[in-house]
Write a protein that binds this ligand. Structure first.
Ligand code: GLN
Length: 427
C-alpha cells in the first residue's frame, strides 16, 4: 500500500471530527441490520493510480445493500446496451424514497435504477438461465469492481428475505404491468442476495474508483465495463443516487454518489478518485449521517464539486508572433483537449492571421493531443493549406507527424526558415 501522508491525514482528521456525531438511527426494517455497531466508522479513498488511503474501520465488513445498484446497472448496460435497458428502466429522478412505488403511469416502468423498483428490474435483466446463474454474474461483476472475490452474508440475506414483503410487492406490481421480465419471486430473491454481498469501505472505494476511472479498475488494471457505461452510471448516480435527497446532495457535495441502508456510502470524483464511507446510523432519507458529513467535508476541502471550475492550468498558447514579416509563429504547451484546441485554433483563425504568409505551429512543448483535439487541429491546418498558406508543424500532432499539405519539422528555426522561403499559393 502506498501511504501518502497528506491524504491519510485529511481522512484521519475528518474521521476524528465526525466520529462523535450521534445523529441518525440504525435501519431496523431488516432485523439483522439493527444489530450493527452504531459507532463503527471507516473512510477509504482510492486514486486513479490505485493508491489507497484509509482511516478508522475501513476494513470492517458490512453488506453492500443499495450501493450494489449502480454496479448491477453497469452490468446490464454493458450486456444489453442503453437502448434496451432504458426500455425497462428510465433515468429520471423520482423525488421519492428508495422503496417508493415510482412507476411510470401506464407502462409501470421504474423511474431509475437507483431506487428499489429499478434495481429489482435491473437484477431481473441480468442474462442467465436461472436466478442462481444470474446471481453468479452479479457476484462476478461486483468482485471485479472490487478487485477481489466477494461473498454473501447469509444471515443478512435470510433476514431480508424474511422481512422483504415490500420489495416482493414492488416486483409483483411491476410483473403485473409487464415491466419486469421473468419470475418476480426469483428476481426479488436474487436482489436480496445482491444486497447481502459483504464489502468493506476499502472495497467500495475501489469499486467507485473504477467508475471514476472510466470502467477500468485502478488497482487490478482490468477493464470491468466500457467507458460509456461508466459515464452513464455516474450520470444516473448524480441525478438519482441519493433518492429524494439527490438535488440537495448535488448542490452541497456535487459528486455522483450512492448510499446503502447498512451504512455504506460511495462518491466518485471523475478522473480523480473514488471515496467510500461506512457508518450505520441513517438520517430519515436513509443516508448514512457520518458518511454524508464526511463527503461534504472532503468535497469542500479538496474543491471537488462537479460544477466547480478548477483554476486553469498554464495557458495553451505560449507564444504568438509575426516572424520575418511573412511567417506567423504559434507555440502551444500542455495537454491539448477540446478546450485547449479552441484556444489554439482561435490564434490560427484567418482574422488572427490577418494577412497571408506562412504559419508555423510549434507543438514541441505539448504533452498530449487527444483524439478530438487532433481532428480539430488537423481540419484547421488543412483549411490553411487549402487557402494557400505554407504550413509547418514542429513536433507531432496525434500519431501522425505531417498531414495533407503541411510539412513537419524537428526544430522551430528550420520550420520558420522553410515557411519564410515557401511560395504562398493564393493571397
Ligand atoms: N436491501 C435494501 C432494500 O431493498 C436496500 C435498500 C437500501 O440500501 N437503500 O430495502
Amino acid at each position: 500500500m502506498v501511504m501518502h501522508e497528506p491524504v491519510t491525514d485529511a481522512l484521519t482528521q475528518v474521521h476524528a471530527r465526525l466520529a462523535g456525531l450521534r445523529d441518525g438511527r440504525l435501519a431496523d426494517y431488516i432485523p439483522q441490520l439493527a444489530l450493527a455497531d452504531p459507532d463503527a466508522f471507516g473512510l477509504a479513498l482510492v486514486s486513479m493510480e490505485g493508491h489507497q488511503y484509509r482511516a478508522g474501520r475501513a476494513q470492517t465488513p458490512f453488506t453492500v445493500q443499495s450501493v450494489s445498484k449502480p454496479f448491477v446497472y453497469a452490468l446490464v448496460l454493458a450486456e444489453l446496451g442503453p437502448a434496451e435497458v432504458t426500455r425497462w428502466v428510465d433515468a429520471e429522478p423520482s423525488g421519492e424514497a428508495f422503496n417508493a412505488i415510482s412507476l411510470e403511469p401506464g407502462t409501470g416502468r421504474p423511474a431509475n435504477a437507483m431506487i428499489n423498483a429499478g434495481a429489482i428490474a435491473c437484477t431481473a435483466l441480468v442474462p442467465g438461465p436461472t436466478g442462481a446463474r444470474r446471481f453468479d454474474r452479479i457476484l462476478g461483476i461486483l468482485s471485479r469492481f472490487a478487485g477481489r472475490a466477494l461473498d454473501v452474508d447469509e444471515s443478512v440475506y435470510a433476514s431480508e428475505s424474511a422481512s422483504g414483503n415490500r420489495n416482493r410487492a414492488l416486483a409483483y406490481l411491476m410483473s403485473s404491468t409487464g415491466s419486469l421480465p421473468g419470475d418476480p419471486s426469483e428476481a426479488v430473491d436474487t436482489y436480496f442476495r445482491q444486497c447481502a454481498v459483504r464489502v468493506t469501505a476499502v472495497d467500495l472505494a475501489v469499486m467507485v474508483a473504477t467508475l471514476a476511472n472510466g470502467g477500468t479498475n485502478p488497482v487490478t488494471g482490468k477493464a470491468v465495463v466500457p467507458e460509456p457505461v461508466a459515464v452513464q452510471v455516474l450520470a444516473v448516480m448524480a441525478s438519482c443516487g441519493m433518492y429524494d435527497a439527490s438535488g440537495k446532495w448535488l448542490l452541497r457535495v456535487g459528486l455522483p454518489a450512492k448510499s446503502g441502508v447498512a451504512g455504506g456510502l460511495v462518491a466518485a470524483s471523475p478522473a480523480r478518485f473514488g471515496v467510500a464511507a461506512f457508518s450505520p446510523p441513517l438520517d430519515p432519507a436513509g443516508t448514512p449521517v457520518r458518511g454524508a458529513a464526511a463527503m461534504r467535508e472532503l468535497s469542500e476541502r479538496f474543491g471537488l464539486h462537479l460544477m466547480h471550475n478548477p483554476a486553469r492550468s498554464a495557458p495553451t498558447v505560449s507564444l504568438s508572433s509575426r516572424q520575418e514579416e511573412r511567417v506567423t509563429l504559434v507555440a502551444a504547451q500542455g495537454a491539448i483537449d477540446f478546450t485547449a484546441a479552441e484556444r489554439l485554433l482561435h490564434e490560427l483563425s484567418p482574422v488572427a492571421l490577418e494577412t497571408g504568409g506562412g504559419v508555423v505551429l510549434d507543438l514541441a512543448d505539448v504533452m498530449n493531443v487527444d483524439a478530438c483535439a487532433t481532428a480539430m487541429v488537423r481540419a484547421a491546418l488543412t483549411d490553411l493549406c487549402a487557402q494557400g498558406h505554407p504550413v509547418a508543424v514542429v513536433g507531432r500532432l496525434g500519431s501522425a507527424a505531417a498531414g495533407p499539405g503541411w510539412r513537419s519539422f524537428v526544430s522551430r528555426q528550420e520550420a520558420v526558415a522553410w515557411c519564410a522561403e515557401a511560395p504562398s499559393g493564393r493571397l
